[in-house]
Design a binder for this molecule. Sequence first.
Ligand code: SPV
Ligand code: MN
Length: 629
Amino acid sequence: MTDHKKTLKQNLAEADYDRLMAIPNEGVHAFVADAIELCRPATVVVQDDSPEHREETRRQAVETGEEARLAVEGHTVHFDGPTDQGRDRKVTKYLVPRDQPLPEALNQADRDEGLTEVRGLLEGSMQGRTMIVRFLTLGPNNSVFSIPCVECTDSWYVSHSLNLLYRPGYEDLKRSGKDAEFFATLHSSGKVDDRMVSAEGDKKRIYIDHTVNTVYSVNTQYAGNTVGLKKLALRLTIRKADREGWLAEHMFLMGVKGKGGRNTYFAGAFPSACGKTATDMLPGETILGDDIAYFRAVDGTFRAVNAEAGIFGIIQNVSEKDDPVIWDVLHKPGEVIFSNLLVKDNQPYWLGMGQEIPDEGENFTGEWHKGKKDADGKEIPPAHKNARYAVALDALANCDSELENPDGVDLDGIMYGGRDAKGYVPVQEAFDWAHGIVAYGASLETETTFAIIGKEGVPEINLMSIQDFVAIPLGKYVENNLVFADKVKNPPRIFGVNYFLRGKDGQFLNAVRDKHVWVKWMELRVHGEADAIETPTGRIPKYEDLVPLFRQVLDKDYSHEDYVAQFTIRVPENLAKLDRVEAFHRENVPDAPAALFEILAAQRSRLVKAQGQFGDYIAPDVFAGGSAG
Ligand code: SPV
Ligand code: MN
């Protein structure tokens, strides 16, 4: 008997042992055995896809105190510690072998040293606790897209989140043979305090050993740091996709409704808190995915699936008026895990919910009252800005019917959206695939937001909104995107959107729901049913096409004055943006493809030429003579 089999026999009850052994993959057995030897849990539970095990997770999450029941049936709340409220870039590192360095832009540690450190922190971390062994898949079951995964965790909250966010993978792993490639995560909350919150935040580490598709996470509970299938696996997936010639993207997927009931699929990349979920949940459209999409070329068509089956969404500013679909799910009986908001009398409250929030209750700092201050004397808000909800997608009334299609859907459009107060117009279409990838995707700018620990409001380039997760040289990643279009007959059209453009007075130029009009315009463009105006930065809508769309979609008058304010090409701001983008790529992307600089240079010369002819601020109608078709 191999050593790992011995370990498993000694530590697992017979039924759990048999369940694990029914998976023919020795790599999986070895991973679980190593987790047991390292973390030394008192009990090990091996869960399969059965309703009984799903129920066990739900029950234990509450019984252990990691979650508490709320008034509505099926709703629970979970709190992470005050210093554990977002993804933590500083302590999230790639472990790199000495002879295989990753690009400098990626946070990394020497593999041997990193393994010693993180395994040292995991040593004995589950004593007296239960380790749960979970099997799930990324991508639909029984699909060319799907990747089997195993996660060992001592958190029932993490296990519960896995239930809601991913497809069951036990049966898939049993079927997938003895040599199937799989991703593995080992997570421990570490020491917890009396609220069941990780108590040693200074020892938080999230290390990714891509050489063996394994992630380690310790002394943290925030789902973005602990649910291995989320952003941690995305890093591994990007490498796998690079090896195999497909794309793994930080994108939503949605179906946009059009004439005669047609459904047109779009993907969208937005950095955290830049309008991503608000777009994919637009009322009347269908949602297929909220965070991670895989793209493959299949027989010359561009196919897309959602890697996930649920949403871990930001709850701040979710209101009955602007977000009716998710509002409904967050208020009716059904499975929802709320995290890091305010709870009073078993009711959840969050910032920007459009209702009065109580002056006291329980939040991520424990008992909270209005005026409570943190150690630095700063007033603590009732709920954290990065407070979230986790739900399964099929709980949503507008979940797209193709979610579980193993072949995915045909994709017709991609949008890239940043947070840009000054430069880009609210919506524009790229001249072609390469222009879109470079001028919108690889030029995506945002400001740091609360979803990442650290200072907010600092401008930064966040290439395709995926920069934190690109585990291959950034230039290679851009190149992979550029050449992907060659594998399909009709690559999707690419659009750049910007919901955050401000006027001279500093006010936003668009209302929150205007995005719905842009999306409907994109749908018309895909079907060749709307004209466009060619500008130096892309093709923009015609005023006369937007007027009926504002009426149909929002029942709003759309003034020509608003159109001009929103769609004026701001040449100096656009040139400054190009400066920043070029500098970023020169400094951080040593292997940036030559095409990237050529496309940026062409954009610059179009802008300079227009500036010479028409000045710094060019109203859209000035370009209208040269129609773009
Ligand atoms: C994001 O921040 O982009 C998220 C949430 O989707 S997290 O799981 O933290 O990555
Ligand atoms: Mn995300």
